[in-house]
Design a protein around this ligand. Sequence first.
Ligand SMILES: NC(=O)c1ccc[n+]([C@@H]2O[C@H](COP(=O)([O-])OP(=O)(O)OC[C@H]3O[C@@H](n4cnc5c(N)ncnc54)[C@H](O)[C@@H]3O)[C@@H](O)[C@H]2O)c1
Length: 240
Amino acid sequence: MNMLGKIVLVTGATRGIGKAIAKRLKDEGAELVVTGRDERLLDAWRDEGALAVAADVTDNRQVENLVETIMERHGRIDVVVNNAGVTQDGLLMRMSDDDWNKVIDTNLSGVFNICRATIRPMLKQREGRIVNISSVIGVIGNAGQTNYAASKAGVIGFSKALAKEVASRNILVNVVAPGYIDTEMTQALTEEQRQNILRMIPLGRTGQGEDVASVVHFLVSEQNRYITGQTIHCDGGLVI
Ligand SMILES: NC(=O)c1ccc[n+]([C@@H]2O[C@H](COP(=O)([O-])OP(=O)(O)OC[C@H]3O[C@@H](n4cnc5c(N)ncnc54)[C@H](O)[C@@H]3O)[C@@H](O)[C@H]2O)c1
């Protein structure tokens, strides 16, 4: 229970990796605030005692409302986990403006929107932890994912700059780059694609949301006092 009473915001926590992260931090005693876009799934979190707010990370007005709601309820924000993300794959030649913009707006501008809105209370508190979820694709690239790779590489650069900017206020900013994690996002792959990916993973198996949640938990807990600006891969050795 080393997150007892900490006010923790997890974006995109209605399913997949975000849900696993939120569950882990709640199990460790955190006061949870979750966002997502599906009201029915948010209700499930309300039943668990979390403050669940429907908010699209690409919409600055909704993000500002979200932060106001958190401040009214709790008066502080200790931890932010930027997990919300999307894919819209396609070869560059055929990629539409919409495919490009949707991915950049959600995965990169969404992180910017949430960080800008939550950094003020953290600066005042002179304490805080931010973890941004990137991807191994942001480091090694992948054919058919120029938009996604650009957004996730952007998250890494953004986090390094922010880590330097806020370090003097005792705010730690890190990135977790998952490899192949079993979620609805990865269910779209064919069995052949899945087997090809498995061959590239030294541990020989895919990861689970809980594997990512363990890394995030460490980074935002008091166990981590001296790591900032880093990207931790959680990928079974896919990128070594
Ligand atoms: N699954 C993987 O293998 C994998 C690998 C590397 C990185 N990631 C990253 O991990 C994160 C979670 O992925 P996942 O596999 O759980 O995906 P998922 O599709 O299962 O869940 C994504 C979550 O983000 C939310 N979301 C999407 N757009 C949003 C928006 N505009 N505003 C608010 N919420 C929004 C969705 O509602 C959902 O709750 C993403 O950032 C993804 O890029 C996933």
